[in-house]
Design a protein around this ligand. Sequence first.
Ligand code: SAM
Ligand code: DTB
Ligand code: SF4
Length: 349
Amino acid sequence: MSAIESRREPGSAQAPSDIRHDWTRGEVEALFALTFNDLLFRAHSLHRAYFDPNQVQVSTLLSIKTGACPEDCAYCPQSTRYDTGLEPEQLMAIEAVLEQARAAADSGATRFCMGAAWRSPKDRDMPQVLAMVKGVKELGLETCMTLGMLTEKQADQLAQAGLDYYNHNLDTSPEYYGDIITTRTYKDRLDTLGHVRDAGMKICSGGIVGMGEEQADRAGLLQQLANLPEHPESVPINMLVRVPGTPLEDEADLDPFEFIRAIAVARILMPASHVRLSAGREEMNEQMHALAYFAGANSIFYGEKLLTTPNPEGNDDLALFARLGIQPEKRQVCHEPEAPNPQFYNAAS
Ligand code: SAM
Ligand code: DTB
Ligand code: SF4
């Protein structure tokens, strides 16, 4: 039985005090300020209370519509405002997407994530997108999409087609947000997350670190995510991929331990959520990966490409899993934040 399946039924126990939605900025900043070992001990203890610490969920990512995006996100190679040499591509044909999804299923991925470089989907694109969701689900994969802002109606349509997860990131703190994006507001993003929840889908929402923000901004981002009415089931922590031609191409390196701290704080604030070690892995060595898994990361994108930038070779990930004794998680199990799993709490196994 997997770690989460053995947890108590929802409602059968009081929610433990580690699932909270009232984190203050000061409390989150104080977590970041812990000594590295104290922070990792706390994060890892919670990690094994809620998850099998030796399992990592594996998703595959496909860009179903590439480039020519009208938004001005300063990190993004797909914005039409920056010359990144990217060749734009129209929305993919349904069969071509299904071919990629079959390959993902064969490689052991349990979730197939489809991303489109849109501000928001046009209603005329919805039938094609909905057909992709249905087709991928029929292959037995979980489905995730990231298409930009959604209206209530679009969220309902996606939910009815069977979409399991919607990815929409807050990206950074409310204070730093205006330095990175001016064409949509923080509130726009929160509204989309609200529509996704109201439609009954699971939320994948996180952000990017290494964009020149302060530690307080990383705290602000994680505080916002943790204080949503329900924690996102999946929290991607992206390390900025510095793409030539974007305004952030020359951003300074973030101290790698700061990245690990962000993973650990995400784990502490949202103990029952999958925390995804997301973009930027190509620049991380095996030791950094291992530290991230220890700090609480338990999900990755698998395969040699993210949306438009490189990702580590799948074989390298599997080789590291084998060296660390990590198993790919068999399937996503239901999100029941009510009780930790005693089997892994303080267990040495
Ligand atoms: N266009 C849609 C949107 O922005 O909502 C969906 C696709 S967009 C590429 C999805 C996410 O990828 C962004 O919110 C951002 O967090 C992440 N991302 C994009 N470019 C990145 C980069 N260079 N480094 C790290 N993460 C990046
Ligand atoms: C997320 O948080 N990271 C993924 C996914 N959601 C869609 C995207 C990362 C993109 C990195 C830059 C690129 O490959 O274009
Ligand atoms: Fe467009 Fe999304 Fe890139 Fe922003 S992050 S420019 S919305 S594709």
